[in-house]
Design a protein around this ligand. Structure first.
Ligand SMILES: [Zn+2]
Length: 386
């Protein structure tokens, strides 16, 4: 008998029926976050038990298997920071041999196999939990299609997290036109995190059309999420990331939870150089209370929904195509979706202007700012091919 390909080890469930869209759910990309897998097993068990019909294809993957077995975030490197085009290219050359490279090769094969067989839109959910206590929220790479899907969930919506970190899985997938959503459900080992992720999956299946609207108790599940995130602003933009490495001796001061307010100048953490002050006032996001990680904390602030409407309006008009007519703004020659901005000349258009048109900051060197736009903002790819 032929042995199954190695990447199939990651498949927790695969249900198909009808000709609807495809939904892939990633669980346990961080090995110390078992809640996603537990929630997905509940969903799969109920689909089976009640014989609920799936219209399309619903696939659940387990992420970092070896880290999950060890109960730690990762072995050699964070598997949710490795999805750059350069690293993925290296993977194919078999040149990489860190512990996560094997996991990543297998996951890429698993995702490709499902996504490339799809005929309609492909939805991708990435389920996470946090080391700190706090209400659940969803994170969105800012495309109009992602925004539209995110509206299915009565949860705070966070923009700009992917702009602060390189190599997140969802950002890699956005570039192929998948509709993506990241979820943070609460603390790692809390049973309520499992309940919330289960609720989120049922709502996702309904809203994407893989389940009939009356198949499950949508109002009950929406209630679970609404109740858990009560009092948190609905739309939030990440403004700052405190990057750390192993040598920093970073230590978050106790008592910060997700969305805890901070004032500019307030001491929020310390490292071997002394106290660390908040760069600006806002809300603390993802404070690090575990040994491993490259992000100490983020600072975010509420965004008025007016800006979302305005930016959707401007983007549908496709005015963004003319941004390079502005003084100091140039199209990059080889990259259709990239703008180079000379900030000495274009100093009057802050980054927010480019955000409005769906651009994200890539890097700043001296007076030059590079921003890029995602390929599938409002349009769907004809076929999904990773
Ligand atoms: Zn995580």
């Amino acid at each position: 008998m032929l042995e199954a390909p190695a990447h199939r080890r990651h498949t927790l469930g695969d249900r198909q029926g009808g000709s609807g869209p495809t939904m892939i759910v990633m669980t346990g990309l961080h090995g110390n976050e078992p809640a996603g897998g537990r929630a997905a097993r509940r969903v799969l068990a109920r689909l089976e038990r009640e014989g609920l019909e799936i219209n399309g294809r619903f696939v659940v993957l387990a992420g970092n298997l070896r880290a999950l077995a060890a109960g730690i975030r990762f072995l050699d490197c964070d598997l949710n920071r490795q999805w750059t085009q350069e690293r993925v290219a290296e993977l194919q050359n078999q040149a990489l041999n860190d512990a996560e490279a094997t996991e990543q090769r297998e996951l890429l094969a698993a995702i490709r196999e499902v996504a490339n067989q799809s005929t309609g839109p492909v939805y991708f959910l990435d389920l996470h939990t946090t080391s700190a206590v706090g209400p659940p929220f969803v994170t969105v790479g800012d495309t109009l299609r992602n925004r539209e899907f995110a509206r299915s969930f009565p949860l705070p919506l966070i923009f700009g997290l992917e702009e602060q970190v390189d190599g997140a899985l969802l950002e890699y997938l956005n570039n192929f036109g998948l509709i993506t959503l990241g979820a943070e459900a609460g603390q790692h080992d809390c049973d309520r995190s499992v309940d919330r992720l289960e609720a989120l999956m049922w709502l996702a299946l309904r809203s994407a059309g893989l389940l009939a609207p009356d198949a499950v108790e949508g109002r009950v599940y929406a209630g679970v999420l609404r109740e858990a995130s009560r009092g948190v602003p609905r739309v939030i933009e990440v403004r700052y990331r405190h990057a750390i490495d192993d040598q920093d001796g970073f230590e978050m001061l106790p008592g910060f939870h997700n969305f805890a307010p901070v004032e500019k100048g307030q001491v929020v953490a310390r490292d071997r150089n002394g106290p660390i002050h908040a760069r600006e006032s806002g809300l603390i996001l993802l404070p690090l209370y575990q040994g491993k990680g490259e992000d100490g904390f983020f600072i975010a602030r509420p965004l008025r929904t007016f800006w979302l409407y305005l930016s959707a309006f401007l983007r549908r008009l496709r005015i963004g195509a003319f941004l390079h007519w502005l003084p100091g703004v140039h199209c990059s020659r080889d990259q259709r979706l990239e703008l180079t901005i000379d900030t000495r000349i274009a100093r009057w258009y802050p980054l927010e202007v480019f955000h409005l048109f769906g651009y994200r900051k890539r890097r700043r060197t001296g007076d030059t700012l590079i921003v890029t736009r995602r390929a599938f903002d409002s349009n769907e790819p004809e076929t999904t091919r990773l």
